[in-house]
Write a protein that binds this ligand. Structure first.
Ligand code: GDP
Length: 449
């Protein structure tokens, strides 16, 4: 997981700070020295670290903080606030023209940074937001790039404009604009060629495309795994081509985090989105405050809530609540719930976003909860329910021993597994009957969210 080592180190420093009842100036300075080391080891730009630590120190050694009731907490709060500031404070959206006009976005970056993938991810987001995007293949040097864009565009249901490899990128971009205007598309996304390293010819070509296609936003895609190099690349692209915003990819890998923490401060350019995986849905808006909370171990509860809201069907949730209240839920509901959870990325994804320790869970080598058992159990349960008939799912009382045998066979499990599921199911139903208050009924408390 990204930031793992940085988060570990910072949380350690803060645990020590919070453990102390009173803090002296020397305590704070010693803690900040450790923060500084942790940031440098995470490959955060040296100047950025220096500035960051001095801002925190200036605010943290004041008498207000040291004499407060919870000085440790106050210092953590200041670090959090400064970290949010470092990453730009506000969430920045890609600037689009009104829907009646054509916005041209140019994706630039080194080869392998994730441009082509990200172009398709963005197209999907724009389409979901009601825009009419068109993708254009201006990378004529890597023949596979055109095909890759076409495959991804198709997956997103977004048209891809291509003229093969025998035209100049600037000409392709111009033709794509004309095509978009003719077909009522209002955002054109240009996928351009990258090189392994910065080179003049590439930069000149990008400037040519930018001018030919009246580009309104140039979006730089950088690989977070490359750390400081990502920061250097951003600076150079900005100097030579001009960059309006940055998308950091591969933040799902174990990047040390330096790029995310330095890019804004060094280049002054906002991070717009972060790539969190290879799938076309793995692109998240960048929230400096949530990222800081993630790094400082406060969990990313807001992201989790949003993810749940995007995936959970409200109507279904209300129906289920009614059924739960009356203890009427059946195996169809059970299956539904498991599928909703899967949509959110499974148990592991959900737990990763929750704050605090995950006490009582087995941890794997990386210190994360070992969910292989629970996930395997979920798969088994799903297989069992899927091998029930529709009638059995909605009337579980029909399931007699001979039906159990058939179900077990169909799911490829032991009959004991079916018995266990039936027993658990009955117990949950009983519990629901006994605890109507818990489900928001009379006198009961509403859920946390
Ligand atoms: P391009 O050369 O800049 O167009 O890069 P591609 O779009 O071809 O991406 C290079 C590789 O990185 C591909 O294997 C992508 O699947 C992968 N990739 C892109 N974005 C992400 C991301 O956010 N996370 C992960 N894990 N892989 C990514």
């Amino acid at each position: 997981m990204a930031f793992e080592s940085l988060a570990d180190k910072l949380q350690n420093v803060f645990r020590n700070l919070r453990g102390k009842g009173r803090l002296t100036e020397a305590d704070v300075k010693a803690a900040l020295k450790e923060v500084k080391m942790a940031l440098l080891e995470a490959d955060v730009n040296f100047k950025v670290v220096k500035q960051f630590v001095s801002s925190v120190q200036e605010r943290a050694v004041g008498q207000d903080v040291l004499n407060s009731l919870t000085p440790g907490q106050m210092v953590v709060k200041i670090v959090n606030e400064e970290m949010v500031k470092l990453m730009g404070s506000e969430t920045t959206e890609i600037a689009l023209k009104p829907a009646g006009e054509l916005t041209v976005l140019m994706m630039v970056g080194l080869q392998g940074a994730g441009k082509t993938t990200t172009a398709a991810k963005i197209a999907g987001k724009l389409k979901a937001a009601g825009r009419k995007p068109l993708l254009a293949a201006c990378d004529i040097y890597r023949p596979a790039a055109i095909k890759q864009l076409q495959v991804n565009g198709e997956k997103q249901g977004v048209e891809v404009f291509s003229m093969g490899e025998n035209h100049k990128p600037a000409d392709i971009a111009k033709a794509a604009m004309a095509h978009a205007r003719k077909n009522g598309q209002n955002v054109l996304i240009l996928d351009t060629a990258g090189r392994l390293q910065i080179d003049e010819a590439m930069m000149d070509e990008l400037v040519e495309v930018r001018e030919a296609a009246e580009v309104s936003q140039t979006i730089l895609v950088v690989d977070a795994m490359t750390g400081q190099e990502a920061v250097n690349v951003s600076r150079t692209f900005d100097e030579k081509v001009g960059v309006d915003g940055v998308i950091l990819t591969k933040l799902d890998g174990d990047t040390r985090g330096g790029a995310a923490l330095s890019i804004r401060a060094v280049t002054g350019k906002p991070i717009l989105y972060v790539g969190m995986g290879e799938k076309l849905s793995d692109l998240e808006q960048f929230y400096p405050d949530r990222m800081a909370s993630r790094i400082l171990g406060m969990g990313d509860v807001m992201s989790l809530i949003e993810k749940a809201q995007a995936n959970v069907d409200e109507q279904k949730a209300r129906e289920l609540e009614q059924k739960l209240k009356k203890a009427q839920f059946d195996f169809n509901d059970y299956l539904d719930q498991m599928q909703q959870m899967k949509k959110m990325g499974g148990l592991g994804e959900i737990l990763k976003m929750l704050p605090g320790n995950m006490g009582g869970m087995n941890l794997n080598k990386k210190g994360m909860p070992d969910l292989s058992d629970s996930e395997a159990q979920m798969k088994k349960t799903e297989a069992i329910i899927q091998s029930m008939t529709a009638k059995e799912r909605s009337n579980p009382e029909l399931i007699n021993p001979s039906r159990k045998q058939r179900i077990a066979k169909g799911a490829g499990v032991d009959i004991a597994d079916v018995n266990r599921l039936m027993k658990g199911f009955e117990q949950s139903r009983k519990m629901m009957k006994q605890l109507p208050g818990m489900m928001g009924g009379k006198g009961g408390k509403k859920g946390k969210f």
